[in-house]
Design a protein around this ligand. Structure first.
Ligand SMILES: *Cc1c(COP(=O)(O)O)cnc(C)c1O
Length: 463
């Protein structure tokens, strides 16, 4: 019996109750749309996209139970019933004591940075995230990357590329002094590294080290369940633990968290700040009133908080997480079989094309990943996004581009939205672009916004 079950492919642990029709476009329509969008996939209209792998943020399909939850929204200004449901879910599944809801993750980052980051501070972390680093910088801090070197190598098969290099971390602490470190920012399933997990062994070591110096750990828990999946699969001693247990153990090694519930927690909008320290909570609860809304709704409708509470419970379900990551791995393996250069091991929320290897004829300041994302869209209407020099932005002191080692195109898979057949079409399109890769031209940036430029920058073909 066991034998037979093992040979079966994974399949979606749900059936489809409602469908949304997608729009197919012609090559001419896509060419015009791309030009109008300044070769930036963020500026395309959704109606011009066939398979949308721009992001897994807020793009997941809610379950029938979550939709039912929307109907029991308690839209009271203060003390909404749904706030208490959400607080209960955060305590039950994550174990954090105090909850401040926010409209999405970056609002939680804004608030925690305002409270904990003082001008001149340093924030070590396992690779930067765009909005996280920006809020740390706006509060006067400087982010320092302390992730292991393997994370910057797209070909390293290290099973936990999200791990922190303890030597690097201790060097930073000694160099600046513990009182200059606002906190250590630990991300699970590190987005910018390609959705790569941190191990519990490493997190425990980081905990001991930071406790020695009295430094807090703030957890970017946006994809904690996906990280837990890899721990269960790869880390000795965790194979028999449930996702729920692993998630809770991860959270227990940290002092608080910022959450974009638009990812793991399966909602279209929402987030929160969770914290164990009463004083920090009090200040956060006060600040959220300034920027988001009263502390029992934080910029969300009651119904959104209800859907989030239900989504949190669904996110730690084994069948769910296995199929979610399984679909990403399905697409990744298909591309590997075709010989397409991607980041290895395959991450949890998307497949990352290695644009430096895909387009070796383009220099990094010709924006190879941006150009590749544009070319894939042109070929098939599949929308992906750049994660390379454009996303990295400029050094705030020198004004120069950062030149990140990773120059990637992210094919991000929304949760519970697309089928295996969609993944096949995506792979076929990328194979087609790969077969004529020498013809792909670089781009020049013709408009650059001041903050988070990748969202709104505009480009034109070089030459
Ligand atoms: C999406 C994301 C954020 C920011 O959250 P928003 O909800 O988009 O504001 C922060 N950290 C990580 C790792 C993310 O993926």
């Amino acid at each position: 019996m066991e034998e037979r079950v093992k040979k079966r492919s994974w399949a979606e642990p749900f059936k489809i109750k409602m469908v949304e029709l997608v729009h197919m476009t012609t090559l001419e329509e896509r060419r015009a749309a791309l030009q109008e969008a300044g070769y930036n996939t963020f500026l395309l209209k959704s109606k011009d996209v066939y398979i949308d792998l721009l992001t897994d943020s807020g793009t997941s399909a809610m379950s029938d139970r979550q939709w039912a939850g929307m109907m029991v929204g308690d839209e009271a200004y203060a003390g909404s019933e749904n706030y208490y449901h959400l607080e209960e879910a955060v305590r039950t599944y994550y174990g954090y004591k105090y909850l401040v809801p926010t409209h999405q993750g970056r609002a939680a980052e804004h608030i925690i940075s305002k409270i904990l980051v003082k001008p001149g501070d340093v924030i070590p972390g396992n690779m930067y995230f765009t909005t996280t680093r920006l809020h740390q910088e706006l509060a006067g801090g400087t982010f320092v990357d302390v992730i292991i070197d393997e994370a910057h190598d797209p070909d390293s098969e290290h099973p936990f590329k999200g791990d922190i290099d303890l030597q690097k971390l201790e060097t930073v602490i000694k160099k600046y002094g513990a009182d200059k470190i606002s906190y250590v920012c630990v991300a699970t399933a590190v987005n910018m590294a390609g959705g790569q997990p941190i191990s519990l062994t490493n997190l425990k070591a980081v905990r001991s080290l930071t406790q020695k110096y009295g430094i807090r750990i703030i957890h970017d828990m946006t994809r904690v369940a996906e990280n837990a999946y890899f721990i269960k699969e790869r880390e000795p001693g965790y194979g028999d633990k449930s996702i729920q247990e692993i998630v809770k153990e991860i959270c227990s090694l940290t002092d608080g968290a910022t959450m974009s519930a638009k990812k793991d927690a399966l909602v279209n909008i929402g987030g929160f700040l969770a914290i164990n320290d009463w004083e920090v909570f009090e200040e956060a609860r006060n600040l959220v009133v300034v920027y988001e809304g009263l502390h029992t709704y934080g910029g969300l409708a009651g119904r959104d908080m209800e859907a989030m509470a239900i989504g949190i419970a669904e996110s730690v379900n084994w069948d769910h997480i296995k199929a979610r990551v399984g679909q990403v791995i399905y697409l990744g393996n298909k591309l590997l079989d075709m010989g397409v250069p991607i980041v290895k091991p395959i991450g949890s929320h998307g497949v990352f094309l290695n644009a430096k290897k895909f387009l070796p004829h383009l220099k990094q300041d010709a924006f190879p990943a941006q150009a590749l994302a544009a070319e894939i869209y042109l070929d098939s209407g599949v929308r992906s996004m750049e994660r390379g020099i454009v996303s990295a932005g400029r050094n705030k002191e020198t004004g120069d581009h950062y030149y990140p080692k990773l120059e990637l195109v992210r094919l991000t898979i929304p949760r519970r939205v697309y089928t295996q057949a969609h993944m096949d079409v995506v792979a076929e399109s990328i194979e087609e672009v790969y077969s004529k890769r020498e013809k792909v031209q670089g781009l020049k940036m013709v408009y650059e916004p001041k903050y988070l430029r990748f969202f709104q920058a505009r480009f034109e073909p070089l030459g």
